[in-house]
Design a protein around this ligand. Structure first.
Ligand SMILES: NC(=O)c1ccc[n+]([C@@H]2O[C@H](COP(=O)([O-])OP(=O)(O)OC[C@H]3O[C@@H](n4cnc5c(N)ncnc54)[C@H](OP(=O)(O)O)[C@@H]3O)[C@@H](O)[C@H]2O)c1
Length: 244
């Protein structure tokens, strides 16, 4: 099994990579921090990975996406699964008052993913196989006051993936949208944790299972599907007054 993980040093990505390492996968990792990539490579080799190679890239720089993916393709020869994990949780207030800051966040959480999916679609179409799995968020399901810049970027990606899924069907390529709820990771280190929180390990288990089963949209944990369906049912005249 040949797996490309982008944003590989994220907590959720690392936990997912460990599950694939235990299956003796060949892994290609892309992330911006080389020290963490070296550490992760050693960790994955100990856990059973057949091989691990990596490429250092700030993913907000779309100019280098093609080159990075070409390296991945050459190293793995074929890509069975591409898992896209990078993202950042912006300071909502700061983004509301500074368009350039909002643009930067939308670039990382939205446009950089679409750029990578564009290049990966070409690879998968040429192969006539592959699974494209992207981590978005439940935040994309409805624009909420505390995080609508992040939510808007994630929602853009989810809508994009819905269309891409149909386009790639004829090429035997499967597209999965993974929507975690609240996960205890470096991204959320400043938040108080409660009942609805999950661990990166639990999320990784659900991601790998969703990919195995070729699900379309995976809410992680599953109860977020019900929570977000309920949130989406709230009439707008009430919803606009809620700070949830
Ligand atoms: N945690 C949650 O509650 C939650 C909920 C829903 C969805 N998600 C999504 O889950 C995914 C994984 O997040 P996580 O929870 O595992 O958080 P995390 O550990 O903080 O991971 C985020 C990763 O994104 C990387 N990244 C950010 N900007 C980048 C850039 N310009 N170039 C390269 N890498 C960049 C970070 O790299 P550095 O380590 O180098 O900074 C980090 O590895 C993200 O897409 C996130 O939006 C998380």
């Amino acid at each position: 099994m040949k797996i490309l993980i982008i944003g590989a040093t994220s907590a959720i990505a690392k936990a997912s990579a460990r599950l694939y390492a235990a299956r003796k996968a060949q892994l290609f990792l892309i992330a911006r921090n080389e020290e963490l990539l070296i550490e992760l490579k050693e960790d994955l080799m100990i856990r059973g990975a057949r091989s691990v190679a990596y490429y250092v890239l700030d993913l907000s720089n779309q100019k280098n996406h093609g080159e990075a993916l070409e390296q991945a393709r050459q190293s793995l020869e074929k890509i069975d699964i591409a898992l896209l994990c990078h993202g950042s949780l912006p300071d909502q207030e700061a983004c509301e008052n500074d368009y350039n800051r909002a643009k930067k966040e939308i670039n990382v959480n939205g446009l950089s993913i679409i750029s990578l999916c564009t290049e990966l679609s070409k690879v998968f179409k040429a192969q006539q196989s592959g699974v494209l799995a992207v981590i978005t968020s439940v935040a994309g399901d409805r624009g909420r006051q505390p995080n609508f810049i992040y939510g808007a970027a994630k929602s853009m990606v989810s809508t994009y993936l819905q269309g891409l899924r149909g386009k790639l069907l004829a090429h035997k390529v499967h597209v999965i949208d993974i929507k975690p709820g609240l996960v205890d990771s470096p991204m959320t280190s400043k938040f108080d944790k409660g009942l609805l929180w999950s661990t990166p390990e639990l999320v990784a288990n659900k991601i790998v299972r969703g990919i195995d089963r070729k699900n379309h949209t995976v809410y992680v944990p599953g109860y977020w599907r019900i929570i977000m369906a309920t949130v989406c049912l709230i009439p707008e005249f009430i919803f606009k007054r809620l700070k949830i």
